[in-house]
Every structure is written in C-alpha cells, then in structure tokens.
Design a protein around this ligand. Structure first.
Ligand code: MV4
Length: 446
C-alpha cells in the first residue's frame, strides 16, 4: 500500500478521498487554490499545499504545479477525483513518467475507453449493446447519408471528443443531416481540437442507466450493479438511485455483465462507469464510458457495501480485487440528492456566498458527503455542488420517505439551494411511481 497520496481535487470529493486514505492508514496531502485557502476540510489532510490562484487553469488544472507539489510532499500516488484532470490521459502519462502512481486507469486504457468512437468499437467486440450507426468516425457525407437511410431518421450526430451534451445535433431528414454534418465537424474542431463525428439512431424517450465497474491490474473486473440517473437538467444529474426502478433484473444483470466484459477487454484497472440509455422496452444502448470515480458513487456503496474509493486505491497499489463477482450482491435501495448552491426558481442560477446556516440531517440510513460547515464561504469559481444527501432503506418507498425526512431536517441559508426542489420531488407522483425519463425534469420545470 502507498505511504502517502496527493489529492488533486477540492471540495466534497477531496474530503471523501482523505477519509478513504486514513481508513487505509495512508497519509493524505491536499493541494488547494487561493479561493479554498480557508476551507475546513484542508485541516483534515496531513498536509495542504497552495498551488496557485482561483482560476482552475492556474491551480487544479495546472499539471506542472500539481506534480511539483507531489514531488515536494514526496507522495507515492495521485488521486484525481472527478472533473479537473481525472480523465486526462496526458496527466495519467505524466504521472507515470514521474514515477508517481495515477489512481485511475493507465493512459492506454483511458484512451481506449475514454474516446467515444474507440469505446464503441470495444463494445461491439465485447458484445455490449450499442446504438446502430456509423462504424467509427464519418469519413464522407454520402456514406453518412446512406447510413442514416439504413437506420432511419431521426439520427444524432455526435462529436467523438464531445461530452456533457456538447457537440450533438439531432437530424430529422437528409437535408438537416447534410447541413449539420458540416457545422458539427467544424464546431467540434474549434471546441475540442478534434473534428471527428459519428452517427447514431436517435432515441427520443429514454432513461439513463449506468453500470459501476472496477478492474484490477491482474485482468479481473467486476460490476457493482447499476444506477438510474434519469433525473437531470441540462446534463447535470440531480438525483441518482439504485436499483433502477421497475427494470427486469434479468435485463439488468445482462447489461452489467456486458459492462464488466468491456473493461476486462480493455485491460482497464480502476473504477469506471459505463453509461447506457434504456428505451421503453428495456433495451439498452451504450453511450460512453467515464474513466473515473463519479459524483454518484455513494449510491452504489450503500447498496453493495463496497467502498469504491478505497478499492480504487487498492487496485492502483497493485492489490488484486478483494472480491469476485459472485460475492457482490445488492441490498435495499439508495437515493442520492445533489445539494447545489443554486436557485431552481431562477433557472438554477449559482448562489455563492457565505453559508450562515448549515444543519445536516442524520439518523438511520442517512449519509451526507460534504466539505461545508456553517460560516464557510462558497467561492463562485467552481461548480456549485456543496454536498450530497444519500439515504439507504429496505425498499424504494422507504428510501423516498427517509429522503423526505432527511430533507426536512436539512437547513441551509441564506444561500439558495436545491433542497426545496428535492423536497418537492420526493412527493412528486411520477417520481414516486418510478421510471421517469431523462426529459422529465425539464418538462416539469416549464
Ligand atoms: C443520445 C440520446 C438519444 N439518442 N444518443 C447526451 C449526453 C451524451 N452523453 C449522450 N446524450 C444523449 N445521447 C442517442 N443515440 C440522448 C442523449 C441525451 C441525454 C443522455 C443522458 C442523459 C441526459 C440526456 C439529455 C439529453 C439528451
């Protein structure tokens, strides 16, 4: 096991990783920007090193400053958390060149599964279901028009290097396909430095179901079942839960096993999430692979009992996975509500500033992952997530009641938060019924 790890992140995930380190008997070194200099969680680190001013490009995204801090602190490994440098294959490669273990996949495995076109190629080989569409990047317009005619409209053009919903265009006929192909490729080149685009059948109504997987450096990989993340707005998830409500377990098991085959086939070590869309007939289609630990990982930790952050550190240190697939079972139901410093009544406008009141819920089956305490100032510089409420109970109805109870206890002010919205959603008949689609929230907010 490592002696000392540097955490190249901030906020709640930095604190989550500090806790995992300490439970493993590993020292945790945090880096921070000037905007975070007074953050209370830094006191829980064994050492904290300032790496620069508030803008992420000068601090949390600045590779040379982070590597310098790692060398000064003499760490064995770097945990990137999520966001910032977590999915940068060049960063994983630089860590290796500097003889610092990157807690996450090798640059090669990250390139295989992090690239959407490459990931789909691996998926086809591993018999993971994907949308019909172009085989790889589109080489010429006529070929794309032919493919679209074969699969039928509507189709969607996606940038291979895109993400978070950027670089996508839906086309309902040949004329719009031709125009969008040119625009999309040009935009992708400008935005991502890579103009390659591909084509898929477009699914109008879908649920977002993803599979947690983890692999080690000895060729083993297992899945940790699924999460339903359909409750989202503008590609920002707001509620995640596991199991996915109302889905036939046979279908879920098949897709989870497919996801595990995919990471095995890419010789992938570390935690990853394989994203799928599910249609009304409960058919699955892979979208992409996230090559990092995700915000919503606690949902899976609650139903499986597996500590995903600790396990990702263990596999990075070369330990074999401490369990086999047959050892992984799920129990009960977990729901996560993201607490953002935003005002849903004002189009989710960020609501930074001083947190005067911050009283978190507790009691049975309640977990709050947050770095905030009363008196903290939330900088306007980074994302607005200030914490996550995760509840676990015997079944979904009990989990919803527990979430409602915990949300009633949660007091935050005077900054605005997503808490009142979550209270409403826990009482919403469609949410309570289960199985809302990815457009539900945007429809309801209208
Ligand atoms: C799709 C789709 C429908 N059909 N692909 C959006 C983000 C990117 N990861 C993939 N996305 C989508 N791909 C096909 N073939 C609809 C979406 C989509 C979406 C997916 C997941 C969660 C929220 C979404 C919101 C709008 C569109």
């Amino acid at each position: 096991m490592f002696r000392r790890i540097l955490i190249a992140n901030r906020g709640e995930i930095a604190l989550r990783i500090i806790r995992a380190c300490h439970e493993l008997g590993v020292e945790a070194v945090c880096v921070y920007s000037q905007a975070d200099k007074d953050a209370a969680y830094l006191r829980l680190a064994d050492r904290a090193i300032c790496i620069g001013p508030a803008p992420a490009k000068d601090s949390y995204l600045n590779i040379s400053r982070i590597i310098s801090a790692a060398e000064v602190a003499d760490v064995d490994a770097i945990h990137p958390g999520y966001g910032f440098l977590a999915e940068r294959a060049d960063f994983s490669e630089i860590c290796r060149d500097c003889k610092i273990e990157f807690i996450g996949p090798s640059p090669e495995a990250m390139r295989k599964l992090g690239d959407k076109v490459e990931a789909k190629n691996y998926a086809r080989v591993a018999k993971v279901p994907v949308f019909p569409g172009s085989e790889g990047a589109i080489e010429d317009e006529e070929e794309a028009v032919k493919t679209a005619a074969e699969i039928g409209y509507p189709v969607i053009i996606k940038a291979a290097a895109g993400g978070g919903g950027r670089g996508m265009r839906v086309c309902h006929n040949e004329a719009s396909l031709r125009t969008n192909l040119r625009n999309c490729a040009q935009e992708a080149r400008a935005a991502f430095g890579d103009g390659s685009v591909f084509l898929e059948k477009f699914l109008e109504k879908a649920r977002h179901v993803e599979v947690q997987v983890i692999g080690d450096k000895h060729g083993h990989a297992v899945h940790l079942f699924e999460r339903d993340c359909s409750m989202q707005r503008r590609h920002q998830k707001l509620i995640e839960e596991s199991p996915a409500p109302g889905v036939e377990r046979k279908k879920i098991n098949a897709v989870c096993e497919a996801a595990a085959r995919l990471v095995r086939s890419a010789e992938y070590a570390g935690a990853a999430t394989v994203e799928f869309l599910m249609d009304d007939d409960q058919n699955f289609y892979m979208l992409e692979v996230n090559t990092r630990v995700q915000v919503e990982h606690p949902v899976t930790e609650m139903v499986t009992g597996v500590d995903i952050v600790q396990t990702s550190i263990r596999v990075a240190a070369g330990e074999p996975l401490p369990f086999k697939q047959k050892d992984i079972t799920t129990a009960g139901h977990a729901i996560e509500c993201r607490i953002n410093a935003e005002d849903p009544a004002r189009g989710f406008m960020p609501s930074p500033g001083k947190v005067e009141t911050w009283r978190v819920p507790g009691g049975p089956g309640v977990r709050v992952d947050t770095h905030i305490s009363a008196g903290d100032r939330i900088p306007p510089t980074y994302d607005s997530m200030v914490g996550k409420l995760i509840v676990h109970a015997d079944d979904r109805d009990a989990a919803i009641r527990r979430a409602a109870r915990a949300l009633a206890e949660f007091e935050v002010g005077p900054i605005k938060s997503t808490i009142p919205m979550h209270r409403e959603l826990m009482a919403d008949s469609a949410f309570v019924r289960g199985g809302v689609d990815i457009h539900f929230l945007e429809r309801r907010l209208k």
